[in-house]
Design a binder for this molecule. Structure first.
Ligand code: BES
Ligand code: MN
Ligand code: MN
Length: 454
C-alpha cells in the first residue's frame, strides 16, 4: 500500500492540472445548447479510464446523455466494486456573482473554484486516479472494479435507471462506491448512510383566458397568483408539519439510538445560522435541525412565477401562475405515491373559479444503509486511515436518485464516501473543492480498494 500512497502523493499536482481540464468542459446537463460539451466530458472520462488501465471502456449512448463504462475483472474470487459518479453539472447562473469565471478553474487558498469542482467532477476524478496508481505501482488491483459515470444526475438520472434495469448482469457487483456527498466538517472522515428521496412537482393555476388590465378587471376575477399563494400557504400547519393527508404514512421514525448518535456529532445550530445569514433557524416542531434535514420529509416551493416579473411596474392580472414544489422524502416514502397524494390534495384545495394543472417533474427514492455491512466497515477503516481520525456516520438531506436503484436492483451495498463540504457552494456561485480533501480522498479511495479486498 505504501507504494500506492506514495505514488498518489507525488503525482497529486499533475492530477490537479488534469482536473482543471475536466472542469473547463461546460457539461451542463439541463441546457440543450451544451450537448457538445456533454459529449466532450463523456469522452474525457472515457480517455482517462483507458489511461488508468481499465478495460472495455465505452461510451454508451442513451436517449439522453451518454454513460461511460469501464471494467477490470482481473481478480477472480475477489469482490467487485462499482464506482459511480457524474460528469454533468448544474447551470451557472447568477453568473454575475462568480468571483472567477465558472469554467476557468482557479486556485485560491487551497481550494479549486469552478462549476463541478465538488459536485461531482473533483470527487469522481479521485477514483480514476487511485485505480491508476495501483496499476502504475503494483501492476494490478486486489479486487474487481467497474466504473459507471453518468451525465444526467442533475436532471434526475431517468435514462440511467432504465439502463440498470436492462443490464443487471453487466453491472453485477458487491458494493457501489460513490463520492458525491459531504464530510460532516472540515477534516472529519465521514460516511453517509442515508439520503433523502425527492418528489418534484409543478402546479399551474389558470384564471382568465388572457392577461388583464388590473384596473379595468381588478375585483371581477380571481387572480391566479393570489390563489396559488393561498394554496401554498395551506400546505404546512402551524407546527411546520405537511398537511397533505397520508403524507407521513410510510415515514421511518427516528429511533432513540439514532437521535442520540446525531447528538454526539457536535453540530452548532448557532454557527450554521450565522453562516446562512439568518437570525433564527426554522422547521418542523419537535425536531433538531439535523433531525429535520436528515430524517424528516419536507416540502418547499423552489420557484414561483406569473404576471410581470421584469424591472419596473406593469399593472396586470395574469392569466397564469406557476409554482415548482419539491418534497424531500425519507425511507420508506415512495415518490410515485407521494406525487398522487400531492396531486389529489392540490386539486381539493383549488377553488372552482380557476383551473389547476399538477404535473410531476422527477423523483428519486430515499436510501438508508445498514452500518454493519462489510463494504461500509471497509469504507470507515479506509477513511480513518487516510484522515488519521475516527470516521463518523451521518445522513444527508440531498438526494442521489440512482443510489436506491443500485441497492434494490443490484442488491449491492452503497458506500457513500464523499469528500465535499456543504459549505462549498454546490449548485451556487463560487463552487469550490478543498485540495486537502482531494488529496485525502485519493488516499481514502486507495485504502478502500485495499481494505475491501481483504
Ligand atoms: N451531489 C448532490 C447530492 C448531495 C448534495 C449530496 C449535497 C450531499 C450533499 C447531487 O448532485 C444533487 O444535487 N442531487 C439532486 C438530485 C436531483 C437533481 C434529482 C438534489 O439533491 O437536488
Ligand atoms: Mn452530485
Ligand atoms: Mn448536484
Amino acid at each position: 500500500m505504501e507504494q500506492v500512497i506514495n505514488y498518489l502523493k507525488s503525482n497529486k499536482e499533475n492530477y490537479i492540472e488534469e482536473l482543471k481540464d475536466f472542469l473547463r468542459i461546460q457539461s451542463i446537463s439541463t441546457l440543450q445548447e451544451h450537448k457538445e460539451d456533454i459529449n466532450n466530458a463523456a469522452r474525457f472520462v472515457a480517455d482517462k479510464l483507458k489511461a488508468a488501465g481499465m478495460n472495455e471502456v465505452k461510451i454508451i449512448q442513451t436517449e439522453g446523455h451518454p454513460l461511460v463504462y469501464g471494467e477490470w475483472l482481473g481478480a477472480p474470487g475477489k469482490p467487485t466494486v462499482l464506482i459511480y459518479g457524474h460528469y454533468d453539472v448544474q447551470p451557472v447562473d447568477p453568473i454575475e456573482l462568480w468571483e472567477s469565471p465558472p469554467f476557468e478553474p482557479t486556485i485560491k487558498d487551497g481550494k479549486i473554484y469552478a462549476r463541478g469542482a465538488t459536485d461531482d467532477k473533483g470527487q469522481m476524478y479521485i477514483h480514476i486516479k487511485s485505480v491508476e496508481a495501483f496499476f502504475k505501482t503494483v501492476g494490478s488491483l486486489p479486487l474487481n472494479v467497474k466504473f459507471l459515470i453518468e451525465g444526467e444526475e442533475e436532471i434526475g438520472s431517468t435514462n440511467l435507471e432504465s439502463f440498470i434495469n436492462q443490464n443487471l448482469q453487466m453491472l453485477k457487483c458487491d458494493a457501489v462506491l460513490i463520492s458525491d456527498t459531504s464530510l460532516f466538517d472540515d477534516g472529519i472522515p465521514t460516511l453517509t448512510y442515508g439520503l433523502r428521496g425527492l418528489c418534484y412537482m409543478e402546479v399551474e393555476v389558470t384564471g382568465p383566458n388572457r392577461d388583464l388590465h388590473s384596473g379595468t378587471f381588478g375585483g371581477a376575477v380571481a387572480n391566479p397568483i393570489n390563489v396559488l399563494a393561498k394554496i401554498i400557504s395551506k400546505l404546512h400547519d402551524k407546527d411546520g408539519k405537511i398537511n397533505i393527508p397520508g403524507f407521513y404514512n410510510d415515514v421511518l421514525k427516528l429511533s432513540k439510538a439514532e437521535r442520540q448518535n446525531f447528538k454526539y456529532l457536535k453540530f452548532s445550530e448557532k454557527k450554521f445560522a450565522r453562516d446562512l445569514g439568518v437570525a433564527e433557524l426554522k422547521g418542523e416542531k419537535g425536531f433538531t435541525t439535523l433531525e429535520r434535514i436528515w430524517g424528516r420529509p419536507t416540502l418547499d416551493c423552489n420557484g414561483i412565477f406569473g404576471g410581470f416579473t421584469g424591472k419596473g411596474a406593469k399593472t396586470v392580472i395574469p392569466s397564469k401562475a406557476t409554482a415548482k414544489i419539491s418534497m424531500r422524502l425519507v425511507p420508506y416514502q415512495e415518490p410515485k405515491k407521494i406525487a398522487k397524494l400531492f396531486t389529489k390534495h392540490i386539486k381539493k384545495l383549488a377553488p372552482k373559479y380557476v383551473t389547476v394543472k399538477v404535473s410531476e417533474l422527477h423523483g428519486g427514492n430515499p436510501v438508508i444503509t445498514p452500518l454493519e455491512n462489510q463494504a461500509t466497515q471497509a469504507g470507515a477503516r479506509a477513511m480513518s486511515k487516510a484522515f488519521g481520525k475516527k470516521c463518523v456516520f451521518m445522513r444527508e438531506g440531498g438526494s442521489i436518485p440512482v443510489v436506491a436503484t443500485f441497492a434494490r436492483k443490484l442488491n449491492a451495498s452503497p458506500v457513500l464516501m464523499g469528500f465535499g463540504l456543504n459549505t462549498e457552494n454546490l449548485h451556487s456561485p463560487n463552487e469550490h473543492f478543498s485540495l486537502k480533501h482531494f488529496e485525502l480522498g485519493l488516499y481514502s479511495s486507495a485504502y478502500f480498494i485495499n481494505e475491501y479486498s481483504a
